[in-house]
Structures are given as C-alpha cells and as structure tokens.
Write a protein that binds this ligand. Sequence first.
Ligand code: 5RP
Length: 225
Amino acid sequence: MLTEQDQLKKLVGQEAAHYIKDGMKIGLGSGSTVYWMIKMLGERVKEGLHIEGIPSSNQTAEWAKEFGVPLTDFSKVEGLDVTIDGADEVDGNLNLVKGGGGALFREKVIAKAAKELIIIVDESKVVEKLGDFPLPVEVLPFGWEMTAAKIKELGCELTVRSKDNEVYVTDNGNYILDCQFGKIENPEMLDQELIQIVGVVETGLFTNMTDKVIVGSKDKVSLLE
Ligand code: 5RP
C-alpha cells in the first residue's frame, strides 16, 4: 500500500518516462521517485523503445537491470540527451538540494553531461528557500575531520551520515556530511565556497542546472521551467 507521497512520486516518475524518445542516451538519477521512472521505461523498452542509460548509483543500476533498461557508460558515449532525477528540495529558481540518498557526486556528473535536466518531485520538495533539508556534502575519508572543521567555519552544524550504526560509505567509497546551514541565501556562492575546501568531493547544491521540474500534487501534475 503506497502512502500519498509515494503515489505522487509514482505519478511524476511515470510522467517523466514519456519525455524519453527513441534513440536517447539518458542519465538515470537515484531515489524512490526515479524508481517509478525506470520501471515505466522498462515497460516502454519491452514495447520496442531503444534507449541506453547511465546510472547514478549501484541501486539505480540494479533497478535498470531488473526492469530491462539497457545500460552504458562514459567510455562508450560522449554525452547524454537528458538526465532525469529526483531532489530533496527545489527553490523558485530551480536550484536544488540533492544527496538524500547519498548519490550526489554521480548525480552531478550525469546532470552536467546532459543537454537537458528534468527533475521529478512530489509537492513537499518545493520550497521558497533551500536549507531546511540538511545539505549533503561528499568528502574523502582521509582527514575528513579536518574537512568537517573547515566546513563548520562557513557557519553550519554537521553530522557524519551513518547507517546501521556504521559510517555510511558512498558508492565512491567516501563519507557524507549532512550540513545544517539554515536558510541558504546564496546557493551558488555556498557551493563555490564548499567545493574549494580540500577534501570536499562534491556538494548537494545543484545551481543553474535544471531545465524542468515535474511536480506531483494531489489533483495535478505541473511543470516548472
Ligand atoms: C539521492 C537524491 C535523490 O534524488 C533525492 O534524495 C530524492 O529521493 P526520493 O525520490 O527518494 O525522495 O538526491 O542522492
């Protein structure tokens, strides 16, 4: 039995799959909303759609295999036609906080590689200003304590992400610091400040990258662009 939020995720995930045309190379994001998009793509592949996807996480790769969506990698393709991904927060300028699922680095790679970035969210993710959701920052394990101290100097409280009482390790072998900055007044500037800190691999701030956001709410699916 799906929750109301999950039903909206399913709705926008399925809707997004209709943006995909024959022959496209697609960036496959991560998370429970993307799950529905991949499932629907699998059905379209069975009906004859020819596509190839590059997954942004091991979990996404597993789902793609399960639903029959062919995969490729950057040694075989030069770029992507479109990337479809979820988000943890979306603001009025279509800036995003991502990385709730820990896949932000590969998600940013496939977002940057694509001609078009389409984000799929339920209405709870749309906010006036980013920052209620703690900003995930991927850091190298070596010296992460030093990296964390430098990040704190930018004005946040942070925690090292854990799972089952162990430090959570990303698909890239790194750690995630969940950083509570409060409302983020200038996402682009904060992203630039963070990325300059030695040890920071990537941040969950996706600024000036999104082309379209498909939002699912109770009575309709709407498009922000
Ligand atoms: C993973 C992400 C996801 O896209 C984000 O967490 C949204 O996930 P969901 O669709 O499950 O709500 O950034 O790193």
